[in-house]
Design a protein around this ligand. Structure first.
Ligand code: NAG
Ligand code: NAG
Ligand code: NAG
Ligand code: NAG
Ligand code: NAG
Length: 356
């Protein structure tokens, strides 16, 4: 056991090192002059209020840096004629990462067209970079309550977005039935457990269906602490609507998830310690406002009213391998799991007191 922990610590440190290198390199590439300060700000989780005044944020908007189509260059990706073991490691920085991306949803888009645009995505919505070996395994969990257009747009945008980053990823859509009110927290929990049955995901992104990322340097990988990622949404003028805002997109390692005891049904209880947000003693990271930019899709119903008892304690499960011990702990019933071409459709009955 101590050995294992030692090993984990080593891996964690290594990972942190790579992260720092990555972030540093991006910032160096993109804002030479200010690279180091913004790098530091990122590290110390600059308060968004301060970051709002940073000059290069305005630069992006006003100087109009070229932003690319999210599908640009992806047609260059081809499977290699090699076995998995012979694939080279993916580079530290994906060559497809460009920076600002346009959000452009074609008129009258159909799901068939989205499938056609993403030929390398496998049934169930999983993707492995076909030409290199990646160490990043990210599940994207999307609570869903019938916003078909939003889902289609999200899939159209998010698949190429993730492919640009050369990740192994999978998209899980969690559908709720038989319940009076949409319960995002609970759907996230179900999505987490069900996704962990499929793969050893090392990172889970909990993603609202109506948020489309605008910058591919917003890497969908996990850091050593949990992260709140959707920090700059266009609807809120690309800044946090208020300081404690915790909506939209989160990144958690499975170990973080266990430590925070899953998602409560309404929102996280986070504590302010000094200037930072903490979750169960872990600081909450936020990406730079320049990277964590999102377009919010708007029409449609707004399920803002969420309700239900707090999520049951999951701490006891740490020793079990990603399997809740009995449905009573999570109190949901999986009605179906369908592998669609672009996502895994989990349909659950989360009404309380489902018979075992
Ligand atoms: C990627 O696409 C952009 C725009 O379509 C093009 O200008 C650029 O040269 C391409 N990059 C590579 C490496 O092909
Ligand atoms: C989309 O559909 C509408 C109504 O069917 C049609 O008028 C319009 O031309 C279509 N647009 C495109 C780009 O196909
Ligand atoms: C929930 O819905 C499913 C499918 O619509 C149905 O088979 C099941 O009986 C329902 N369960 C309850 C408790 O209403
Ligand atoms: C579930 O937990 C109970 C009590 O903690 C234990 O008795 C039981 O063996 C566990 N079941 C499994 C499948 O681990
Ligand atoms: C998921 O599957 C359920 C059950 O078959 C179906 O009713 C629902 O429409 C599906 N949702 C999506 C988004 O595919």
């Amino acid at each position: 056991m101590p050995e294992q922990m030692e090993q984990q610590r080593g891996l964690l440190l290594l990972f942190l090192g790579v992260q720092l290198l990555l972030v540093g390199m991006f910032l160096y590439q993109n804002h030479r002059g200010q690279g180091f300060t913004s790098f530091l700000r990122f590290l110390i989780q600059a308060k968004p209020e301060e970051a709002e005044g940073l000059p290069f944020l305005a630069q992006v908007a006003s100087a109009g840096l070229p932003s690319w189509d999210v599908y640009s260059n992806l047609s260059q990706i081809h499977p290699m004629d090699l076995s998995d073991e012979d694939l080279p490691n993916c580079p530290a920085i994906s060559p497809y990462i460009n920076g600002p991306l346009k959000v452009m949803i074609p008129e009258n888009l159909t799901m068939e067209q989205v499938v056609e645009k993403n030929p390398l995505v496998e049934l169930g919505g999983q993707y492995w970079p076909p030409d290199c070996w990646t160490h990043h395994h990210t599940a994207v969990v999307v609570p869903y309550y019938g916003q078909a257009r939003h889902l289609q747009h999200l899939l159209f945008h998010l698949h190429p977005f993730l492919q640009r980053q050369q990740l192994h990823y999978g998209i899980y859509v969690v559908n709720q039935v038989n319940s009076t009110a949409f319960n995002r927290g609970k759907l996230r929990n179900v999505g987490f457990w069900e996704a962990m049955q499929d793969e050893d995901w090392d990172c889970v992104f909990f993603h609202d269906v109506n948020l489309l990322p605008e910058d591919d340097r917003n890497l969908y990988i996990c850091d050593i602490f949990p992260a709140h990622v959707a920090v700059a949404i266009d609807k809120f003028n690309y800044k946090l609507p208020y300081r404690g805002y915790l909506g939209g997109v989160f990144a958690l390692r499975p170990i973080h998830y266990l430590r925070i005891n899953g998602f409560p049904s309404t929102h996280w209880v986070w504590q302010k310690g000094g200037d930072r947000h903490h979750l169960s003693g872990m600081p909450l990271l936020r990406p730079h406002l320049l990277f964590g930019r999102y377009h919010m899709l708007e029409e449609g119903p707004d399920p803002s009213q969420e309700q239900s008892p707090p999520s049951p304690g999951l701490q006891a499960l740490i020793r079990h391998k990603w399997r809740p011990n009995g449905t009573d702990l999570l109190d949901y019933r999986l009605l179906s799991k369908e592998l669609q071409p672009l996502y895994t459709n989990l349909t659950v009955d989360i009404s309380p007191s489902v018979p075992g």
